[in-house]
Design a protein around this ligand. Structure first.
Ligand code: SF4
Ligand code: SF4
Length: 664
């Protein structure tokens, strides 16, 4: 180390200061674009308002430990080598100035194990990791090139490789004329023997100084370039994870419809309210950060049920187009919404698979829904079959067009109590799919048998309207708010404290969105309640060990609400559970969500057909689910395979094991 003149370090330190200034300037440039979105932080913008939005768990696990990369073992390992190798090298290089103030970081056990051996291994790891990604650019998986590959990665990978190679070259030439037998720099030692012999002492000395400068200058340039290249994800990715919503799935922000009409009349300058998004500036700053942080890795593209069934939607393409507009500073260019395309925006089933896999915590589904909202609420445009469901919601308070069923049909022949304020513990919420779809009505009948058998205090409403959830996910927020407020008023007038839902979408709406509008009751999905009743011994079920059952996770229970164990425990109580390869939070959608129950793009493969094939491949006797929409979609696909009934709600499977005398 003594062979480096002090002036070299001084020059490098000056250049490093310039590189850090470039880094700061680049990040400021990103912020200047992102800040043009709708405010994400509470005003005024202070450290406190920023910290209030920080999700430390996501920052540490996804941002710092890159936990989501484990799903791709090979690429994840390569990224781990690259990332953790870089961290060790950064820390190792940052400790170098300590020697100038007399701290011997190169001596003793720390010097040997960390500064020499640790950095040596880190350098090799970084080299292998970068090499993997560079080679893969020439034989990329489809997800990387879908729409297009993110420009700039290849250049930066070559840059990094050269930087690592010059580091090893400098080290080996130093060791060529300054051997340190038994040190930790085994790679440099071995190369040094070769190079020292080949170049001679003078050649190795000159080569060392050359490589030292080259390595130092490349290192400084690397820091300066980070925010202006694809490597900006190193900083924007963890920042994005730090600001991710702690609640999984989608959290569609409420829209403030409470315009002060008097104020508007007096103010000719008042801007027209914008519902949803047509351009980048209509999106929240968080969604713009999503676009900036996007790696274009295509993991979302790979898991998207719309993409997989040939529909006109790729979440990667949506994010990449937004990123291109952002890069070009086209914040106010409302051609964006048409470039993304109406069909694509309505093909999203809101399954949140893209949200679950994104390594930098992006939420493409929420961005898509913002554009969908604009089509619906600003342009009054949506696919005709979804529009019909919406019109039905407005006129008949449920979305099932042309149904002949009446709300009393499902309970024909049963004595079902009505909810009585102050007397009944649970409100059994039926939901419109169970009310109006004949096959789904059997879920409610089974649930009544279960509640009677377990002696649960429950009652139903004499009259009910939809939760409004279909309106919300189809982009008609105004209709959702109207229906939700009416339901909240009804529930509160009856002092409802606990609600049982059989539909995953009803549960999600009540639990996630209703509290924002003033709801104060507790909602429990029937899968969770049945599990509790079995565990508490209130429900005696009979297990048929020769009956094999696979379980299809509804997106709105598993991915959106982390409910995966309870339904499995119920299935295991009545039969032998067989898992599909895609299960729990990695489950594949049934295709109904986001209003696609009414509007799946014609002429494409059905999402439920793909899922049903996965069901059949398990060889299980039955498939259970815990959402009427999943049941209806899978049952319709199963009917193509033959008349045999294979698809059941877990309530039906439990009810059929109950002793006859407990029948309601
Ligand atoms: S949104 Fe996430 S998963 Fe999709 S391409 Fe971007 S970084 Fe990858
Ligand atoms: S939410 Fe589901 S359907 Fe929508 S873009 Fe994401 S993966 Fe595709």
């Amino acid at each position: 180390m003594q062979s480096i003149p002090v002036i070299n370090y001084v020059v490098l330190a000056v250049l490093l200061a310039g590189a850090l200034a470039s880094l700061g300037f680049g990040l400021r440039t990103h912020w200047h674009k992102i800040r043009q979105g709708k405010a994400f932080f509470d005003a005024p913008l202070t450290l406190k308002s920023v910290l209030a939005k920080v999700n430390p768990k996501a920052f540490v696990s996804r941002g710092f430990l890159t936990s989501r990369l484990k799903d791709k073992p090979v690429a994840g390992l390569a990224h781990g080598l690259l990332y953790f190798g870089s961290l060790v090298l950064i820390v190792g290089h940052a400790l170098l100035p300590a020697t100038w103030v007399g701290i011997p970081v190169y001596d003793g056990w720390f010097g040997h194990w960390f500064m020499e051996l640790g950095r040596e291994i880190a350098g090799i790891a970084l080299f292998l990791g970068v090499l993997f990604f560079l080679v893969r650019r020439f034989v990329p998986p489809e997800r990387l090139t879908a729409y297009k590959a993110r420009p700039g990665f290849k250049r930066m990978e070559v840059f990094l490789l050269v930087m690592v190679v010059t580091g090893f070259a400098a080290e080996s030439m130093r060791l060529g004329f300054e051997p340190k037998p038994g040190g930790g720099e085994f790679m440099g030692e071995a190369l040094g023997v070769l190079l020292g012999g080949a170049l001679g002492t003078e050649g190795a000395t000159t080569g060392f100084h050359l490589m030292w400068w080259l390595h130092g200058l490349l290192g400084v340039a690397f820091i300066a370039l980070i925010p202006f290249t694809a490597l900006s994800h190193m900083l924007l990715g963890p920042a994005n994870s730090a600001l991710t919503n702690p609640r999984p799935g989608m959290n569609l922000p409420p829209i403030d419809f409470g315009l002060d009409e008097d104020e508007d009349e007096d103010d000719d300058e008042a801007e027209e309210p914008v519902f949803g998004a047509a351009k980048l500036a209509d999106l929240s700053q968080k969604y713009l950060l999503d676009a900036a942080a996007c790696l274009w890795c295509g993991r979302c593209h790979e898991v998207c049920p719309a993409t997989a069934t040939g529909k006109d939607l790729s979440p990667k393409k949506v994010m990449a187009i937004c990123a291109e507009y952002l890069e070009e500073g086209k914040l106010n260019d409302d051609s964006l919404i048409d470039v993304l395309g109406k069909d694509a925006m309505f093909n999203c089933t809101t399954c949140a698979a893209c949200v679950e896999v994104c390594p930098v915590s992006n939420n493409p589904a929420e961005t898509i829904l913002e554009f969908r909202r604009h089509f619906v609420m600003d342009r009054s445009e949506m696919p005709e079959n979804m529009a019909a469901a919406n019109r039905n919601l407005e006129s008949r308070e449920h979305p099932f067009v042309g149904t002949a069923a009446s709300p009393e049909d499902w309970r024909a022949g049963l004595e079902v109590p009505f909810f009585e304020a102050g007397k009944t513990e649970y409100l059994l919420w039926i939901g419109c799919s169970v009310t109006y779809e004949e096959r789904a009505q059997e879920i409610a009948r089974a649930m009544v048998r279960i509640l009677e058998a377990a002696d649960v205090s429950y009652g139903i409403l004499e009259e009910a309207r939809c939760t409004g959830d279909p309106a919300k996910v189809m982009g008609n927020e105004m209709q959702f708010v109207e229906m939700a407020e009416a339901n909240i008023e009804d529930f509160q007038s009856m002092s409802v404290q606990k609600v049982i839902t059989m539909c995953a979408h009803c549960f999600n709406s009540f639990d996630r969105y209703y509290p924002e509008l003033g709801a104060d009751w507790q909602t429990i999905p029937h899968a969770v309640l049945i599990d509790q009743l079995i565990r508490d011994g209130r429900l005696k079920v009979e297990r048929k060990s020769d009956q094999t059952i696979t379980f299809h996770d509804p997106c709105y229970l598993a991915r959106h609400n982390d409910i995966v164990d309870e339904p499995r425990s119920v299935v295991s109580a009545v039969g032998q559970l067989i898992e599909m390869p895609r299960n729990k939070k990695e489950s594949f959608c049934c295709g109904a969500g986001g209003g696609n129950y009414w509007g799946e793009q014609p002429g494409t493969k059905r999402v439920s057909d793909v899922r049903m094939l996965e069901v059949l491949e398990t060889g299980a006797d039955k498939v259970a689910t815990s959402c009427p929409f999943c049941l209806l979609m899978l049952a319709s696909s199963a009917s193509k395979e033959g008349p045999e009934r294979k698809v059941f709600d877990i309530a039906e499977l439990v009810a059929e094991t109950l002793p006859e005398e407990k029948d309601a």
